[in-house]
Structures are given as structure tokens and as C-alpha cells.
Ligand binder design. Structure first.
Ligand code: WQD
Length: 338
């Protein structure tokens, strides 16, 4: 089977292409390289031996993405391509609505026009907002998203729920918690676009001397140590869930029109605990600063992942130390080969 991966040059996209290839799938990569170059494709080749050609296409250009579908027989789509920074979306809401929603609409139009039967959507725990109950399950009532980024994912899910009722395609919506870490080979990993807004690349770049400082945004939250709580999940575990979701869609004749799955470990970790875990694996003491809260942040969110375990047989393998260790190995590999 051939799977079209949008955003394949990105962090989760590249790790997912590795997992798909290792599980016997052919992959087609589509990425406009607005947020990542093609360097990770070299890492994909190093790991899998497969040379992947990227179709450099802006998904907001419908004619351009149609031409890709005309060049290949495509059996399934995994749609990653989107901007994903919570704090950037607070500063640039229109950019996020235009890019994330128009590109998704075009991918859904292609699904119908070219009769694609399997569609996996990259969603996010940001859809929960500040949930009343944690850990959250897929049935937890969604609160108002705390950021325009989270809102684009809420709207993205709603669009699929409406379309799935009348489409012959079947959908799986994967709600990622906080993807971190890198492939154990250190051949691929996260390559932040500009100054990292996410915690773990900020930690590793600061530890490598590539950032002048590390800031903890808020230590006055109503949590066990005052810092926010997140469910950090290894990017390779997230990647494998996509392969399992495609397996599920292609092998389940009576699958529901759509399924929503949480991809988190189920363990809530505070920002300060994450920093301490990094210090432990790296042997480095991080002299971070404490600043005010960051607009758009939710206080605490972590997953109940039972549905992903039972429906698609997902079993996350990596613990927090392994997440930090692979993130640090990747940062050092980047520093050695800038
Ligand atoms: C985590 C915590 C920050 C940087 C991410 C993705 C989003 C979605 C959910 C997939 C917050 C704090 C951060 C720093 C800090 N994933 N922090 N200092 O906002 O939870 O969202 O996961 O869809 O796409 O972006 O992740 O790493 O930015 O922040 O104190 O330098 O770390 O305030 O509490 P977030 P994050």
C-alpha cells in the first residue's frame, strides 16, 4: 500500500515515514518546506535505505496537490502538515486559520475526488483546553481551546466528523500529547524553525550552548510544584501509532466512520520535573530562569490512552529518561554536523 504523508519533512512526519517503510508501506512525501527543509529525508534514507522524493507543494494550492494525486496510486493519507506552535498561534491567529484549515480542506477534497479510503488526521491534546477531569479520555467534553492552534485542531476534527458521515473514506484522528525525543539512531529528530518554542528543544539547545538562556514560563500554577503538567510522549511511539492506525483502517471492514485516539503515556510530568530528568541523563546542571505564565498554555493535561491500546494495539515503549536521552543525542549530533 502507498501512503501519502503531508508534512513528511517535519519532525513527526519523518519519524512516521521511517515506521511506515519498516512495516512494508510505500510512502509519498508532500511538504512545502516552509517550516523544515529536506535534511530529515537524508536521515530517513540512512535508517531505511529508502530514498524519498519530496513533492514541494503548498497544500493551500489545490491544483498543485491534485497533480500529486494524479501521479501516484495512493491508498491512504496521513495529514501532518500544519503550523503547531501554541505561542506563535496566539501572536498570528489568521496565519494559523489560513494555513491549517485551508490545507486540511484541500486534503479532504482530494480524499473525495480521488476516492481515498483511509485518512489519518494529526490532531492534538490542545483540543481539550483546560479540561475539568484529567487524565482526559476521548469522551472528555472539550473546553474552549486556549490557543488559535488548538482551535484549528478542534475545527479540523469537527470537519472530519461531518464529512465522515457522508464519505466512503474512514478516518482516525490522533490526539498527540507532547511529542519529544528523537529516533534512537540520532539520524532524525526535531529541527525547530527558528528559536524553539517547545520545551525540550529549548532545553537541549540551552544545554548545547546554542541558546543564551532557558526560561520556565510560570511556577505559580495550582500544581504539585507550581509549573505546568504535560504528557510527554516519544516521537517514535507517536510514529508507530500512525502505522497501527493505517493497519487498522485497511484491515477492519466494519470500522466506524471515524475514531478518535489519545496518544500519550498517561503520565503527567511537570516542566520542572522534565528539566530535572534531562539534568539526570545529561549530567548537566541547567541554570534556568523563572518568568511569568505564557499566554495560550493550559495548566495540566495528560492522557488516558486505553482506547489506543485496545483499538489499534498501541503500546508506548519509551520512558521519560529515554525521551530526554534521545533528544540530547540528537542535539549533540546536530552540533557535530551543523
Ligand atoms: C510545554 C510547557 C510551556 C518552552 C505542544 C505542541 C503542540 C501540541 C501540544 C501536538 C508549557 C513550558 C515551554 C520553554 C517553558 N502537540 N515551556 N519554557 O505548548 O504543550 O504544545 O504540545 O500537537 O503542537 O506545541 O508544548 O513544549 O511549547 O510547552 O516553560 O522554553 O513547557 O509554558 O507549560 P505545548 P511546549
Amino acid at each position: 500500500m502507498t501512503i501519502l504523508v503531508t508534512g513528511g519533512c517535519g519532525y513527526i512526519g519523518s519519524h512516521t515515514m521511517v515506521d511506515l517503510i519498516e512495516n512494508g508501506y510505500e510512502v509519498i512525501c508532500v511538504d512545502n518546506n516552509s517550516r523544515s527543509g529536506t535534511q530529515l529525508l537524508q536521515g530517513v534514507k540512512k535508517i531505511t535505505g529508502k530514498g524519498i522524493i519530496n513533492h514541494k507543494v503548498d497544500l493551500c494550492d489545490y491544483t498543485a496537490i491534485q497533480s500529486v494525486f494524479r501521479q501516484h496510486k495512493i491508498d491512504g493519507i496521513i495529514h501532518f502538515a500544519a503550523f503547531k506552535s501554541v505561542d506563535e498561534s496566539v501572536r498570528e491567529p489568521l496565519l494559523y486559520f489560513q494555513n491549517n484549515l485551508v490545507s486540511q480542506i484541500n486534503m479532504l477534497r482530494c480524499t473525495e475526488e480521488f476516492g481515498i479510503k483511509h485518512f489519518v488526521f494529526s490532531s492534538s491534546c490542545s483540543v481539550y483546553g483546560n479540561a475539568d477531569e484529567i487524565p482526559v479520555t476521548e469522551e472528555t467534553l472539550l473546553k474552549k481551546a486556549e490557543s488559535p492552534y488548538g482551535r484549528t485542531k478542534q475545527i479540523g476534527e469537527e470537519m472530519i466528523m461531518d464529512i465522515a458521515k457522508v464519505s466512503s473514506a474512514k478516518f482516525v484522528l490522533l490526539r498527540y500529547f507532547n511529542p519529544v525525543g528523537a529516533h534512537p539512531s540520532a539520524a532524525i529528530g526535531e529541527v525547530p524553525f527558528g528559536k524553539p518554542s517547545n520545551l525540550v528543544p529549548a532545553i537541549t539547545q540551552f544545554a548545547a550552548g546554542r541558546l543564551p538562556g532557558l526560561t520556565v514560563f510560570g511556577n505559580d500554577y495550582n500544581t504539585r510544584d507550581g509549573s505546568c503538567i504535560r504528557d510527554f510522549i516519544h516521537v517514535s511511539d507517536i510514529a508507530h501509532a500512525h502505522t497501527l492506525a493505517i493497519n487498522y483502517l485497511s484491515r477492519t471492514a466494519n470500522a466506524a466512520a471515524y475514531e478518535i485516539l489519545n496518544l500519550g503515556t498517561g503520565n503527567g510530568v511537570t516542566v520542572l520535573e522534565a528539566i530535572r530528568a534531562f539534568e539526570k541523563i545529561s549530567g548537566k546542571k541547567l541554570d534556568f530562569a523563572i518568568a511569568g505564565r505564557r499566554p495560550g498554555d493550559v495548566v495540566a493535561v495528560y492522557a488516558n490512552n486505553n482506547k489506543a491500546r485496545s483499538l489499534i494495539g498501541w503500546q508506548p515503549k519509551y520512558d521519560l529518561e529515554a525521551m530526554m536521552r534521545t533528544a540530547w543525542q540528537w542535539e549533540q549530533a546536530l552540533s557535530n554536523n551543523p
